[in-house]
Design a protein. Structure first.
Length: 646
């Protein structure tokens, strides 16, 4: 069990309401001017700078219209709920945009307060080596928060307001946007200060803290984002051209090279083992959000992406509020490197209407030569009614036919995703846990099921008759919605003490991500062989061992790098930012993609009151977040975001 490193003081200090409504006397009544008076308070104050990562994106401990996991916003994920942003109804006054803005600026303000108080010799009540290290950590965090603001709200040259000094009062928050380039300059300068500081370690002294390797990785990303600008045109819905600055791309490459020199590399102990508590401080993890198994200090990810078969010590389950997309699953190649094609399994698969394709996903009614329960048979017959391909249902072989789709695929598919009739997921059962039986329960994703959350005892009843390996518990009305489910980051058995406090750290920067960005920079510099080499390090490592790529040309290289990123980094809150940066979000999520209509589940046979689909806004430019209208009202110097209605 990890020790607690974030105190209540650190979580609450210097809070903001909106962009700048300061609370300089938080719940413990320690004012900001006293925060840096001794080593204990100084360390807690710095922890508070890190702590703002918890209140947004995939690092959130809540799921609402205003705070959602970023994974479900990208191509690799789907949301159960109809989020205004993904449904095309969010305007500049939507709380989703103002929440992001507020939390990122609160992180910046905390960093500014820390930097101001640690920027003088002898300040903070700590020795000089510690002061300079903590100062660098806070500059890193300020750069991180500004990078997120600039890539979400400051694109196309607009930029965001820049504050580098603590604010004395709300009246001081009157700045307009600095140009995007100036914000990048600040980010690069802060990270350069970190890199040049001798007391800033190459690798972290404490897990979860920033280090020089992380600064190189983040600065490399800043150079990459400026060096390869994919010029998306919302009027036509695609990238028109790419602006290349070779000098900046070479600087990105140089920084990515330095990350390995700082002591980071690919973890060779197995892809699945990488995302466990035991290996969260391994050589691949450059910078992560630290979690512990304590309410308020752990991740709620598995609650929102785990199934009802995920049980914690309080008998709480997962909610399946977001899931992997069907297109993502199809991106995982065969083991020999050839693309997956449904026609290899079921000829004419996409020629069949989506609602009728559910026939292929139904469970068997005959097992080992014997008919299963009457209720299962009746449930299947109800699904077959009115389907144009009902005659293609195989009572004794439907499951076996579908299993062939998961055979000989990229191993990461099974490591990351719970597949229908695929590998067992070891979960729990509330009734068993109540009587002290903590033996993990084996589940398989079958369909249809009796109801969304039927217990082991209910499944064993005569009217259903499932024994030994049980039906994965799902979510939905009456029975279950049919969608792929996340396996990555979801704990097994009864390892999870609290569903909302998963102790597994969440990677923000890991070496595989660096290699993918490195490869992208090399492709844009026309070094196709060098770029392929970086991607092949990821594909060839232990437990993955996919065949190497060659890149035919720049377009082929970019496509392969992007697909590798989607497969490798699923459920790590990376894909949304990358699709937005590449200008591909609209075509991969909001348009028919890889044969699937937007937000298509595994098959169109769901029973759910959740997501009603996704739609690109017809009135606003969703390729950039708008400066929230509430901030415009408070600060007349802010410019309204072009392409948005106010």
């Amino acid at each position: 069990m990890k020790t607690i490193r974030y105190s209540l003081l650190a979580m609450m200090f210097c809070g903001l309401q909106g962009c700048v409504d300061l609370d300089t006397a938080p719940y413990n009544q320690v004012a900001s001017n006293n925060m840096w008076s001794n080593s204990s308070l100084t360390n807690q104050g710095v922890a508070g700078v890190y702590a703002k990562m918890r209140d947004w994106g995939v690092y959130s401990t809540s799921y609402s219209y205003n705070v959602v996991p970023f994974e479900c916003l990208g191509m690799t994920g789907e949301a159960y709920r109809s989020i205004p942003y993904t449904s095309g109804t969010a305007g500049s006054d939507n709380g989703f945009f103002s929440t992001m803005w507020k939390n990122l600026y609160e992180g910046i303000h905390r960093a500014n307060d820390a930097i101001s108080n640690l920027d003088e010799v002898g300040k903070g009540g700590v020795d000089e080596e510690t002061r300079l290290r903590l100062l660098s950590e806070c500059k890193f965090m300020r750069a991180y928060y500004y990078m997120r603001l600039n890539e979400l709200y400051g694109r196309y040259g607009l930029g965001v307001p820049v504050y580098t000094e603590p604010l004395a009062s709300v009246e001081d928050c009157t700045k307009g946007q600095s140009p995007e380039s100036e914000v990048w300059n600040l980010i690069v300068q802060d990270l350069t200060d970190c890199i040049n500081e001798p007391n800033f370690p190459n690798r972290y002294q404490e897990k979860g803290r920033a280090c020089k390797g992380a600064a190189y990785a983040l600065r490399g990303r800043a150079y990459l984002m400026q060096g390869a600008r994919y010029n998306y045109n919302n009027a036509i819905g695609k990238v028109e051209n790419t602006t290349i600055d070779a000098n900046l791309l070479r600087q990105a490459v140089a920084d990515f090279e330095k990350v390995k020199e700082c002591g980071f590399d690919l973890f060779q102990g197995g892809y699945k083992a990488l995302f466990t508590e035991a290996n969260e401080d391994c050589v691949e993890m450059i910078f992560s959000l630290q979690n512990i198994s304590k309410p308020g200090y752990g991740s709620a990810m598995q609650k929102y992406c785990g199934t009802r078969s995920m049980i914690d010590h309080e008998n709480s389950t997962g909610f399946s509020y977001y899931a992997p997309s069907a297109a993502l699953v199809d991106l995982y190649e065969y083991k020999d490197g050839t693309p997956f094609d449904w026609n290899d399994i079921i000829p004419g698969y996409f020629d069949v209407p989506a609602i009728d394709r559910l026939v292929y996903f139904l469970r068997n009614t005959i097992v080992d030569g014997k008919e299963v329960s009457t209720n299962i048979k009746n449930a299947i017959q109800n699904k077959l009614k009115g389907k144009s391909i009902a005659d293609q249902y195989l009572p004794a072989g439907n499951e076996e036919r579908l299993k062939k789709a998961w055979e000989n695929r990229d191993p990461r598919l099974n490591y990351n995703i719970i597949l229908p009739y695929g590998e067992v997921y070891l979960g729990g059962d509330a009734d068993m846990y109540k009587v002290g039986n903590t033996t993990p329960v084996p589940y398989v994703f079958r369909w249809p099921v009796k109801q969304s959350s039927h217990s082991v005892k209910a499944q064993e009843s005569d009217d259903w008759g499932v024994h030994g390996i049980y039906d994965l518990k799902q979510d939905g009305n009456g029975e279950a919605e049919f969608a792929y489910r996340h396996r990555k980051f979801v704990m097994e058995g009864y390892d999870c003490e609290y569903a909302t406090a998963n102790p597994i750290d969440e990677p923000i920067l890991r070496y595989a991500y660096v290699l993918l960005m490195w490869a992208e920079a090399l492709v844009q510099l026309d070094d196709l062989n060098g770029a392929a080499e970086k991607v092949n390090l990821i594909r060839g490592r232990a437990s993955v061992e996919m065949p190497p790529y060659t890149f035919i040309d720049k377009e082929d290289g970019l496509n392969k790098i992007r697909n590798e990123s989607r497969r490798e980094l699923v459920n790590e809150s990376v894909n949304f930012y990358e699709e937005l940066r590449w200008g591909t979000l609209r075509e991969t999520k909001y348009s028919t993609y890889m044969g699937y209509a937007p937000c298509a589940h595994t098959c169109n046979g769901i029973q759910s009151s959740g997501n009603g689909g996704v739609k690109w806004s017809e009135s606003n430019d969703y390729s950039i977040f708008p400066v929230p209208s509430s901030e415009i009202e408070k600060n007349p110097n802010l410019k309204k975001t072009p392409g948005w209605l106010y």
